[in-house]
Design a binder for this molecule. Structure first.
Ligand code: UDP
Length: 194
């Protein structure tokens, strides 16, 4: 189920259940999915921008990423079972992808961080299939780029363009793909590059 906090429907689950009951079956059936990892800053963003709210509302799952969300739910008397962070979810998905031959596209972060994140991911998760990667300051909204990205047929798309920009990118482009778990991961590629 979900819990409504400050206008957003947060999924009330554990990371283990979310992976096993939602993500892995979606990967297996090659379905599309848009995941938002929401911290309090993101929630505030949706209150300030109706366009951004619209993008977040189009997501299939809004995950509570940040203790502030967990605390807000508790105060409202609707406790959420677990905080699910974008970094943790990304690591778990990469591990699963490497073991089960699902491909990953790394989109975003500075050129150097993007390359290092890909390199480190391959090292940490041997056998990981990298569908492709592109840094977040390239022309990633052009028709030709989207066409080339669609052609790589990624199963998992990590979008690290910063809050709002990454959700807009997913909102604008997810329909071009015929499968893929799209997730806005914020600074995760920077963390992975370190
Ligand atoms: N980023 C990007 N392209 C942009 C702006 C930001 O790829 O046009 C990347 C940035 O390099 C970083 C990530 O998005 O890896 C998160 O950026 P930031 O911390 O500014 O955003 P936040 O998520 O904190 O709003």
């Amino acid at each position: 189920g979900t819990v409504l906090i400050m206008g957003l429907n947060f999924i009330n689950t554990t990371m283990h259940s979310f992976l096993n009951e939602t993500i892995y079956p979606l990967l297996e059936s090659k379905e599309k999915c848009f995941i938002v990892t929401a911290n309090p800053e993101l929630v505030m963003g949706t209150r300030e921008s109706s366009e951004f709210k619209h993008h977040v509302d189009s997501a299939d799952y809004v995950l509570p990423d940040g203790i502030g969300i967990i605390n807000a739910a508790k105060i409202k008397g609707m406790p959420l079972r677990e905080r699910i962070s974008g970094v943790d979810l990304t690591q778990a998905m990469l591990e699963y992808a490497a073991k089960n031959d699902y491909s990953v596209f790394f989109l975003g972060a500075k050129k150097d961080s993007n390359q290092k994140a890909v390199k480190n991911a391959k090292k940490t998760f041997p056998g990981l299939i990298v569908a492709g990667h592109e840094h977040g300051y390239a022309d990633i909204t052009s028709e030709s780029f989207i066409d080339s990205m669609v052609a790589t047929r990624p199963d998992i798309i990590l979008v690290a363009l910063g809050m709002q920009r990454q959700e807009k990118w997913i909102f604008d482009n997810i329909n071009r793909f015929d499968k893929g778990i799209f997730i806005g991961v914020g600074g995760t590629l920077d963390v992975m590059s370190g």
